[in-house]
Design a protein around this ligand. Sequence first.
Ligand code: NAP
Length: 533
Amino acid sequence: MTFVITQGCCDDASCIAVCPVQCIRPRPGDPDFTTAEQLYIDPATCIDCGACMDECPVSAIYSEWDLPEEFSDFLQINADYFATNPIEESSPADPVRRTLPADRPELSVAIVGTGPAGCYAAAELSDIKGVTVSLFDRLPTPFGLVRAGVAPDHANTKQITKRFNGLFSRPNVNAFLNVEVGQDVTIDELLQHHHAVIWSAGASDDRKLGIEGESLAGSVSAREFVAWYNGHPDFADQEYDLSGKRVVVIGNGNVALDVARVLAQPVEALAKTEAADHAIDALRESSVEEVVVTARRGPEFAAYTTGEMIGLHHVDGVRVAVVEDEVASAVRDVPRVAKVLGPALEAAGAGEERSVTFRFGLTPSKINGNGAVQSVTFQHADGSLEEIEAGLVVRAIGYRGQEVEGLPFDEQAGVIPNVAGSVCDPETGESVAGIYCSGWIKRGATGIIGTNKADSAETVDSLLRDFGAGRLPTPEYDVAHLATLVLDRCPDLVDAEGWQRIDQAERKAGRRARRPRAKLVTVDELLAASRAG
Ligand code: NAP
């Protein structure tokens, strides 16, 4: 399988930056980079991680399996480029062929969390002959942040679920959805039924600003706001006050951009996506005219990625604005800044559209309000203060891992201490037998979906090394025994078939409204759909 770059390629090369095997050509600096009609992916080198597709600002990259008919010629066009321009200086990645030791031909692994980290780990493991995987999630739906984090208007990114969905029909993968590990079944019990447990449940908390007014009504974390508009059952009944004219977003990472885009774009565009109905209804009534995205440092240190920022300029009905004094020198001196903020600097003044204004060099010092947010006070580098009025403040300063009962935790970093995914005691450095981790709880809340592929592969390699060395004791019981135990405790367990029924129900409801899916947003609705038919 390969990814294919098609007609819409904008040559901005953001895909090249994220490609772990450097299979995209020509690269900046190559003789034909500036004259090439488009960029091309070498099918012989591509490891189908999908990182380029996630990063592509113009959605011009497709997996070979999902290539639209009108782009079918591009599979060959991409391949042809390498017939005359073979990749010489970066050797293709060796395909990984993993096997179990001949004297221990069976391995069972429980994976907690079905987001990208869990799914990539499950994919790596279930490819190996003799391996059985049990996939756990506390929600009745899988895919973690792909479902509840990726912005609904990034439909192409959400297509990664097509690949993950294949896991659920593999005969050696058992799905235990709507089962909370730690509550319904303990980690020790998982270890009694498996050789190993991989904790891949992500980062379920937020970084804190630590300033006065942070917990005022109307000061909300981006994590919750994003989960709300994506229809996460835990946040479906949240209400956000969108009656003010301005929203201030603190932080300027990709999550800040997602929030700003969702708030600023015309609701008709969002209504064609899989955004939750309650969010579309609330945004239809919104009075917001301006979203101000604030960063404490200069534009050259912005946390958003180039592709995402370029993409924002292409959103119909949204005007990107900057304050000239804050960006002019960086636009002049730093090419990346020129590319992403130059157009905003040159753009004419206010129009009909809602604006997203990027501000720089503003450190938040206090959120003001009498019971509810009214404004934010920022400090400039020279010590002077500026107050920006806002009806809502969204704190988009990063996600943070939470301690898991029974596992060691690095409070400072918000991660489970580990060596290459093998969980270890921070005091002694010794491995905790049979326990592994992958994803944001392993490395912190950084990287995009494809980043988790290599991350989970590293964890799987550590696990297999320990198994091969005989360090993982044979479990007392088999997985069938666990299935009986879990079903006994969780009669509302959702298995692979149950998830497929939910998926089909959502897609069917979406088709009627010409949307990819219409999400069910309460656990009761999801369980009803899982049993229907
Ligand atoms: P992030 O990229 O880490 O950005 C956090 C932002 O918060 C930065 O601007 C940071 O500024 C700021 N910040 C941190 N502490 C602050 C403080 N005390 N006061 C003021 N500002 C503060 O986090 P994120 O946006 O949550 O994204 C998390 C990861 O998910 C990233 O790797 C991101 O690329 C990824 N993601 C990707 C996509 C996509 O590809 N479409 C979408 C969403 C998320 P400093 O730089 O000054 O620290």
